[in-house]
Design a protein around this ligand. Structure first.
Ligand code: GUN
Length: 283
């Protein structure tokens, strides 16, 4: 058996085609969905992510702007910018790229973004609404993962999903979304004992560990759906996931590649949230 590749690139392209038409419709009503991305400092990975986000906005016809601030920016200066954007009727989504420099408190920055413009879904109000299953902006990577699993046509309900990683951005929220889809969810992390024994019982395995090719075939049950959230640059400069793709592909039913898997879906769900915001709170 060789696993079918779930291409995030292909699914993202399909979804973005639909979004182009939605943006056209909004423009006819005088609304141009607008996203501001704020980057503080010059982290190379963050620079490439924010460029990709802006390019994607432009491709679907949305307005986007990048506010690139120096590493020396103070927390108050950043909060001041956010406060201006919260009031700017042209801007429907605000994203502050993480990680922030150490002298800036991430929690304070996230809390300062209006929950109505929090297209990352990181504000405590959106997180709380997600937990209770109420209307909110869902965080982009977890939402993209759910879309990819649904694309396989395999029912999530009743399956055993094992998530490796407990970050606020991926591990915790994807676990909750899977639970809402009636999966039985196990969350594993760096202190989990007997990890392989647990992951081998997964129908759906989500790897969000940040360790290149850690998930070898010994971790995977034959026929499992394997979603790789890892983006690791190795010594020779290439990008690899948390999963040993070539080896695991041989036994998985479905598997996501890196690059071209979860990454394009994260950006697509960001566009989706910004369009949703423009529809709900036009100005
Ligand atoms: N850094 C890594 N992933 C993300 C993300 O999804 N949103 C933001 N704002 N920063 C990130």
């Amino acid at each position: 058996m060789s696993g079918v590749i779930i291409s995030g690139k292909v699914l993202a392209k399909e979804m973005r085609e639909t979004m182009k038409s939605e943006v056209e419709e909004l423009k006819k009503a005088g609304i141009i969905p607008g996203l501001t991305v704020i980057l503080v400092g010059n982290n190379p990975a963050s620079l490439s992510y924010v460029k990709a986000k802006r390019k994607a906005c432009q491709e679907v016809g949305m307005y986007s702007e990048l506010i690139h601030l120096p590493e020396s920016t103070t927390q108050d200066e950043l909060l001041g910018k956010i406060s201006e954007l919260n009031k700017n009727p042209k801007i429907h989504g605000i994203l502050v790229q993480l990680p922030l420099p150490e002298h800036i408190e991430e929690k304070a920055v996230i809390a300062a973004i209006s929950p109505y413009k929090d297209v990352d879904g990181f504000h405590p109000i959106n997180v709380g609404n997600m937990v209770i299953g109420d209307s909110c902006f869902l965080p982009c990577t977890p939402h993209g993962i759910i879309k990819m699993i649904e694309k396989t046509g395999i029912e999530i309900s009743g399956k055993h999903a094992v998530v490796i990683g407990r970050s606020n951005i991926v591990g915790k929220p994807v676990s909750l979304l899977l639970l809402q889809k009636n999966a039985t969810v196990t969350i594993c992390h760096s202190r989990t004992n007997h990890l392989k024994e647990i992951t081998r019982r997964a129908d759906i395995l989500i790897a969000a560990v940040g360790r290149p090719k850690m998930i070898t075939k010994e971790y995977v049950s034959p026929g499992a759906i394997v979603i790789d959230v890892g983006v690791n640059r190795i010594e020779n400069g290439t990008l690899v996931g948390d999963v040993d793709f070539e080896e695991v592909r041989k036994i998985a039913s479905y598997i996501t590649p890196v690059p071209g898997g979860v990454g394009p879906m994260t950006i697509t769900m960001l566009l989706s949230n910004t369009i949703k915001s423009a529809k709900q709170f036009p100005a």
